[in-house]
Design a protein around this ligand. Structure first.
Ligand SMILES: NC(=O)c1ccc[n+]([C@@H]2O[C@H](COP(=O)([O-])OP(=O)(O)OC[C@H]3O[C@@H](n4cnc5c(N)ncnc54)[C@H](O)[C@@H]3O)[C@@H](O)[C@H]2O)c1
Length: 318
């Protein structure tokens, strides 16, 4: 892996107009970096970068991260020191419906971006992997050295990308950091998408005064991480020359149930009728929880925005 310790000033962010991407761009600008967001605006929105684009240090280019010629051009023009690769087909159900598209966007695009990096001066890549690589593992909390056994096209593709990047690190000296994101929530997560996370959908409904329907008894739990905390970790891995790469969970280690979420929302909107409870959704796992220790140790960042504070920040942004 790269032994270079030269400063990292220019960072390219694929998927930069998305939910996580736009927060990452904000954070990088806050660190004084020059940022190029690359996005095809398929699920992202230019408005997500409204604040960032007011800075002369941020530019948005519309391009397909899976297109080798387009990526070579972008890398040649911008000459990034580091790339954060977030562009993806983010929906698990869509990955099942369109496995070819999933492969192109969640595997081939990773190779395209890594290759564009290694051809130029860029020696550092941060990749958005997912807790989906663990599949239905019940060995909670999930640790990076535990078994991976994805059960979806999406999860399999994320794991393949991790392996590809590991090989790029060994073969070409790229410092490659793969972050397994758990359930990310916060401002700019699109509640209108049918594949949006439960937090943004429930928050949106409570704010509109409408009751929610819970699939199952609400006792299912997730490890919800606030997007601002996540973006801090991603930006640190991209810009700290001491970071040498590796595979890390980005999570909190806290199990939060849907009933916990509902309690917080109900306290904010006491006029909204109580939720109703429907049948469990087929294939849903009951509990998911990650071990955050490895990332905390190596990155020296905390990711502990209390859930209620994160939810209030989300509500304030709607
Ligand atoms: N949100 C979560 O809880 C979560 C959990 C695990 C992993 N992830 C991963 O984090 C990354 C960001 O996800 P997000 O939640 O911000 O979703 P998002 O849809 O808001 O962001 C993805 C961005 O990538 C862009 N994009 C898609 N295909 C592209 C292409 N071919 N070329 C250029 N741009 C393209 C989209 O327009 C969008 O702006 C993804 O890789 C996703 O798989 C997210």
């Amino acid at each position: 892996m790269s032994e270079s310790t030269s400063p990292i000033e220019r960072v390219l962010v694929t998927g930069g107009a998305g939910f996580i991407g736009s927060h990452t761009c904000d954070r990088l600008l806050g660190l004084g970096k020059t940022v190029l967001a690359v996005d095809d605006l398929s699920t992202g929105h230019r408005e997500n970068l409204a604040g960032a684009l007011e800075s002369p240090d941020c530019t948005l280019v519309e391009a397909d991260a899976a297109d080798p010629a387009a990526m070579e051009r972008v890398f040649d023009d911008f000459e990034p020191d580091a790339v954060v690769h977030l562009a993806a087909l983010v929906s698990v159900p869509q990955g099942e419906a369109e496995p070819g598209r999933n492969f192109r966007l969640n595997v081939a695009a990773t190779q395209v971006v890594a290759d564009a990096a290694r051809r130029g001066i860029c020696r550092r890549i941060v990749f958005a992997s997912s807790a989906a690589v663990y599949g239905n593992s019940e060995a909670l909390p999930l640790r990076e050295d535990g078994a991976t056994d994805p059960i979806s096209q999406y999860g399999a593709a994320k794991l393949m990308s991790e392996k590809l990047l590991r090989a790029y690190a060994i073969s070409y000296g790229l410092a490659a950091t793969c972050f397994r994101f758990f359930n990310v929530y916060g401002p700019r997560q699109d509640p209108r998408s049918p594949y949006s996370g439960v937090v943004s959908i429930f928050a949106d409904r409570y704010r509109a005064g409408q009751p929610v329907t819970v699939n199952g008894d609400g006792g299912q739990s997730r490890d919800f991480i606030y997007v601002g905390d996540l973006a801090r970790a991603v930006a640190a891995a991209a810009t700290d020359p001491a970071q040498r790469g590796g595979v890390y969970n980005l999570c909190t280690g806290r199990a939060t149930t849907l009933l916990d979420l509902i309690d917080i929302l109900a306290a904010e909107y006491p006029e909204v009728p109580a939720p109703s409870f429907g049948p469990e959704r087929a294939g849903d796992i009951r509990h998911s929880l990650g071990d955050p220790a490895a990332a905390r140790e190596v990155l020296a960042v905390t990711n502990d925005t209390p859930f209620a504070d994160g939810i209030r920040a989300l509500l304030a942004s709607l």
